[in-house]
Design a protein around this ligand. Structure first.
Ligand SMILES: [Mg+2]
Length: 240
């Protein structure tokens, strides 16, 4: 028997290669609208976008405002007049095509699927996320997709996790594992919902936040071991 009944996976940069999808979508939309696609221009958008998502994670702004404002701010920074609503829509339609998985993600999920219920939990934009899952090989492996925009609350709020758990039949909380790369949303959310948490940290980043995951794993092999193999009490090496 697996150590967990349900695994709630964050999508971007946990199973999906968001950086690659973002890069492809961004280059496409910039070229289509007559902007340069050099590294400096891309970097300008990325830093505007990153700062806005950090504000969202702190609960300072809404997602629907953020997704339009990032392109409004970018156009302003480029000294251009542009319609940020259609800019964002074009970008998301391109992003939805970018169903790139991180190497090994498909194999991991195929190994877990016979033993536990898998679900994706994401604060991404619904317009992009549904398409990305459907186009990826995980569309047939992960039966549940919970998107903050559709749930009506976002990670890390317990108001996001409560309806997710309800829809999964209210499993015992200690039998539900939250896996994600983001301490402020995935790990904090799991902790505040009373769920065991595993921080996926392949880059061995330092934890500079107040949120301490129960486990830290640097590879999919480590994650598979945590979920399927040893009694979790024996995985001391990954305890934090
Ligand atoms: Mg993530």
């Amino acid at each position: 028997m697996a150590n967990f009944e349900v695994v709630l996976f964050d999508a971007d940069n946990t199973l999906f290669d968001f950086d690659r999808a973002e890069d492809a979508a961004l280059r496409g939309v910039l070229a289509a609208r007559g902007y340069p696609t050099d590294g400096e221009t891309l970097g300008r958008y990325l830093s505007i976008n990153r700062a806005l998502w950090a504000r969202l994670d702190r609960g300072e702004v809404t997602q629907s405002w953020l997704v339009v404002e990032r392109f409004a701010a970018f156009a302003r920074a480029m000294g251009r007049e542009d319609d940020p609503v259609s800019f964002n829509r074009d970008y998301l339609d391109r992003l939805a095509q970018g169903a790139f998985l991180l190497p090994g993600a498909e194999e991991l999920c195929r190994a877990l699927a016979p033993h536990c219920t898998l679900a994706l939990i994401t604060n991404g934009v619904a317009r992009a996320q549904r398409g990305r899952l459907a186009r990826s090989p995980l569309g047939t492996v992960i039966p549940h997709l919970f998107i903050s925009e559709e749930v009506g609350a976002a990670k890390p709020s317990p108001a996001f996790f409560e309806p997710v758990l309800r829809q999964l039949g209210n499993p015992r909380r200690e039998r539900v594992l939250v896996v994600g790369d983001n301490l402020a949303t995935d790990i904090r959310g799991g902790l505040e919902a009373g769920l065991p948490t595993a921080w996926y940290n392949p880059g061995h980043l330092p934890n500079t936040t107040p949120w301490t995951p129960r486990w830290e794993v640097a590879s999919y092999a480590g994650l598979a071991a945590l979920i399927l193999e040893a009694p979790t009490s024996q995985i001391e090496i990954k305890e934090k």
